[in-house]
Design a protein around this ligand. Structure first.
Ligand code: ADP
Ligand code: MG
Length: 676
């Protein structure tokens, strides 16, 4: 049977007592300075674990070393190697000691290289000395055995010393390692703190990063928008640059023109200076001319007036209307228009009416003799005379109103003899048949405009009333008063004033033909309405169109003003005395009496003026009262006596002609212009 070998003996067999695993290498398992930060505390613990285990092993060894005191007995008797006598070993010592060593060896030398330790308990095997297989000492060789044991003990002691040194080293290392571990722990905690802080910072940074990313996205978006804007602006800039170039070119062109204009201007300025001189000279000449012109104008007015006076301040024109369609043709010779002293080329001034005396013819049985009535007037217009011819004769008279002489034109005659036709014109608005009123006004406006060139300013105010049965009604009434013509009164314009005014009547400023036409239209409408209520009232009333003319020469402080009155008198026919007087006829009689009264008052007024009587009966009729400023004194009067061409109207015609002849014989003073 092979003797059980102690592990120590096995060590010795190899010639060295050494640890299979170098203990000094233990620190190398500690974390390296460069890698320690990468390891956590657990890893550190793991790294330290083998050392602890080793330390525990050493503790065992220490324990074993402390058990040495038991051995001195053995050392006391040292044995040389090769002693055959086996030392006497206490029975229990061997196994105990070998168990301790085995434990050390087991801890220090793990691994398959370590042979399995045989359980102690048996007698310790003799140590292998000098590589020789120890020979088993006989039981009796106690000395040899003791020697062996001593050798073993020595060996153990050396071994123990070595181990103690190693242990000391290891403890130093351990302490160092622990210090390092503590330092590392501290460092680790610091680092953990730092790590936590860094992590917190990192989180914060992450958040900030998130915010910044969002901000960056937002900024990128803004950048996109801005880029778009920039592109647009760029385009706009290009457009503006283009425009600027265009404008610069235009500016250049304008500057060029301006230079040319300036050159032209300086030329023109020289020209203007010379022209100014010329103008000043001309202005002086003009003033002189103006003076001369004014002198001429005043001379013209004077001469014009003398001419009018020579023609007579009261003139009578006779106008015979044509025979109308459907009317009987008068017998030849009924009306004759003998030539003037100058022959047929002279305008006619005479009229002969032949009237057969029926009563005388009946009595004698012979054909009724005719009586010829000759009349002479300032002018006679046979039936073919046109409105323009008539006006031609009137125009100069009308112009006297502008010179400041009151002018009054009457149309006298029986109903249907052509008074309205003469004053207002024929129906239909035909310019050819326009009457005196529109023609006279047109003429006045035209002459006033011409006189404007000499510094005269004229204004015209029109009124149009009718006098029926001694009541005055406004023919220009509009609105609710239209047609009714609300009653008017003739009053003085103010206390002590010569000027007359009709209360409730419209006085309309006129400055052109159209305005006059509008007024005549209103007057016709008013008459038409009146006609429905009172049959043919227009024939039974006097229509008075009045135009107040005011002229002013501001430069010379001259003023002139006069009324122009154009009067369409009521029918002058008399009522047939043989007519039975029914209710209608009575009314007609009253009308006729009013008309006859006012017409005879007119005749009387003219006579009184002609005879220069102290009292002129203006107040005897509304007509003469209204016209008092247009009659007498400086006034110029023209009476148209309108005659029917019909034989049946011969009696009325003769009456009219006789009345007109009386008027024609009148001479009213010497006209004085109303100058202020
Ligand atoms: P009065 O006003 O005297 O009653 P009118 O002026 O109404 O008379 O004339 C009666 C008629 O005779 C009207 O139809 C009118 O047109 C016509 N008449 C009058 N005079 C002329 C004339 N000179 N030429 C043509 N027709 C005229
Ligand atoms: Mg009439």
């Amino acid at each position: 049977m092979e003797p059980q070998r102690s592990p120590l003996l096995e060590v010795r067999g190899k010639g060295n007592v050494e640890l299979k695993r170098p203990l000094v290498k233990a620190p190398s398992r500690l974390p390296l300075p460069g890698t320690r930060f990468k390891r956590g505390p657990d890893q550190m613990e793991d790294a330290l674990e083998p050392e602890k285990k080793r330390t525990r092993g050493l503790d065992t060894v220490t324990k074993m070393a402390t058990s040495h005191p038991r051995a001195p007995a053995l050392t006391a008797r040292p044995q040389t190697q090769g002693q055959t006598t086996a030392p006497k070993v206490p029975k229990k010592t061997g196994p105990r000691c070998s168990t301790a060593i085995a434990t050390v060896l087991k801890d220090q030398k793990p691994g398959p290289a370590v042979p399995a330790q045989k359980p102690a308990g048996r007698s310790a095997a003799p140590p292998l000395l000098g590589g020789k297989k120890p020979t088993k000492r006989p039981a009796w060789d106690l000395k040899g055995q003791l020697c062996d044991l001593n050798a073993q003990l020595k060996c153990f002691r050396e071994r123990t010393q070595t181990l103690n040194q190693e242990n000391q080293q290891l403890q130093d290392q351990l302490q160092e390692a622990q210090q390092q571990a503590r330092a590392l722990g501290t460092e680790c905690r610091t680092l953990e703190g730092e790590l936590a802080r860094v992590q917190a910072e990192a989180e914060q940074s992450q958040q900030e990063l998130g915010t910044l990313r969002a901000h960056v996205l937002e900024l990128e978006e803004q950048l996109g928008t801005q880029e778009g804007l920039v592109q647009e602006l760029h385009k706009e800039q290009l457009g503006l640059q283009e425009e600027r170039r265009g404008l610069a070119a235009r500016l250049e062109e304008q500057e060029r023109r301006l230079r040319a204009s300036e050159a032209a201007l300086s030329g023109s300025q020289a020209e203007v200076a010379s022209l100014r001189q010329e103008a000043a000279a001309q202005a002086a000449a003009l003033v002189e001319q103006g003076e001369r012109l004014h002198g001429l104008e005043m001379a013209r007015r004077r001469l014009h007036n003398q001419l009018q006076e020579l023609k007579g301040n009261i003139r009578v024109f006779c106008r015979v209307r044509p025979v109308l369609a459907g009317e009987p043709t008068p017998s030849p010779g009924f009306l004759l228009f003998p030539s003037g002293p100058g022959g047929p080329s002279d305008p006619p001034t005479r009229l002969s009416v032949s009237r057969s005396d029926d009563r005388r013819g009946t009595l004698s049985g012979a054909p009724a003799p005719t009586t010829r009535h000759d009349f002479s007037f300032d002018r006679v217009f046979p039936p073919g005379s046109g409105q323009d011819q008539v006006f031609e004769e009137v125009a100069m008279l009308v112009q006297s109103a502008l010179d400041g002489y009151p002018v009054c034109i009457f149309a006298y005659g029986q109903t249907g003899s052509g008074k309205t036709f003469t004053m207002e014109g024929g129906p239909g608005g035909d310019p050819q048949v326009e009457g005196l009123i529109p023609r006279a006004l047109r003429h006045l406006f035209s002459v006033a405009q011409e006189l404007g060139g000499q510094g005269w300013t004229y204004s015209f105010v029109a009124s149009y009333v009718e006098i029926y049965n001694e009541t005055v009604r406004d023919l220009l009434a509009t609105g609710t008063r239209k047609g009714q013509g609300g009653e008017c009164e003739i009053r003085r314009a103010g206390p002590g004033s010569e000027e007359l005014t009709v209360t409730n009547a419209r006085y309309v400023p006129v400055s052109c033909e159209k305005e006059v036409e509008a007024l005549l239209h209103v007057a016709r409408q008013n008459r038409a309405v009146a006609r429905t209520s009172q049959n043919e009232r227009s024939s039974r009333s006097h229509s008075v169109f009045q135009l107040q003319i005011s002229g002013e020469h501001a430069g010379r402080g001259l003023q002139c003003g006069a009324p122009l009155s154009l009067v369409d008198l009521a029918g002058s026919e008399r009522l047939d005395p043989g007519l039975a007087l029914g209710p209608g006829e009575r009314e007609r009689l009253r009308e006729t009496q009013a008309i006859n009264s006012s017409l005879s008052t007119l005749g009387l007024v003219i006579m009184a003026l002609s005879n220069k009587e102290s009292h002129v009966p203006y107040r005897n009729s509304k007509l003469t009262y209204l016209l008092q400023n247009s009659l007498g004194g400086s006034a110029k009067m023209l009476m148209f006596v309108n005659i029917s061409p019909l034989e049946e109207n011969v009696s009325e015609s003769l009456n009219s002609l006789r009345f007109a002849s009386k008027v024609n014989q009148c001479v009213i003073g010497t006209a004085q212009a109303n100058r202020k």
